[in-house]
Design a protein around this ligand. Sequence first.
Ligand SMILES: [Zn+2]
Length: 212
Amino acid sequence: MKNTTLLLIAILFSISVKAQDKSSFSSMELNHIRVATPGLFSQNQSIYLHLDSLTEKDYVFPLAGGKVISAYGARKGHSGADIKTCAKDTIRCAFNGVVRMSKPYSAYGNVVVVRHANGLETIYSHNFKNLVQSGDKVKAGQPVGLTGRTGRATTEHLHFETRVNGQHFNPNIIFNLKDGTLRKGCIKCIKKGNGIVVKPNQDNDRIAQNNK
Ligand SMILES: [Zn+2]
């Protein structure tokens, strides 16, 4: 009897912890890809993604050995890069974070959206199957899905997106998509009207040049 009560408390506690993680996201955040991140630009008009502060265990190329079959912007409105290996290959989370959304979503098919601590979001789409749920804490390298062709896709591949405040930008700014390595240095994201300009931060270079 006592053991049963303890077990029940343990189960209820684990459910409440999980529900709390998920409930920290709004309904919009749980159900849509293009959503502004609350408070991200409340202090400053610019935020920085410090890729230079990441160690080797902090990042992973999401589809090992993958080849880009369609670049960002290659087709009208192409909001990510299409990366191909084979069907049902393991898609891995690029950085540590929390799964914001995991569900079928129109042309994206089965899609996983992960929010990272620095404000970056990564998106993994057309999955045969999603392996994580909203609210899950994920580590860099953790499997989040298997490659598929759900949604609007003509071949099995990963449609990989990077976004800040809901706005997509070229993932080639974060990863060198040709060789799967992480870019070096720091990325600057500047809020301009309703949009975000994302580019490698040149300020350090300028300081270095001025000191020459
Ligand atoms: Zn695509």
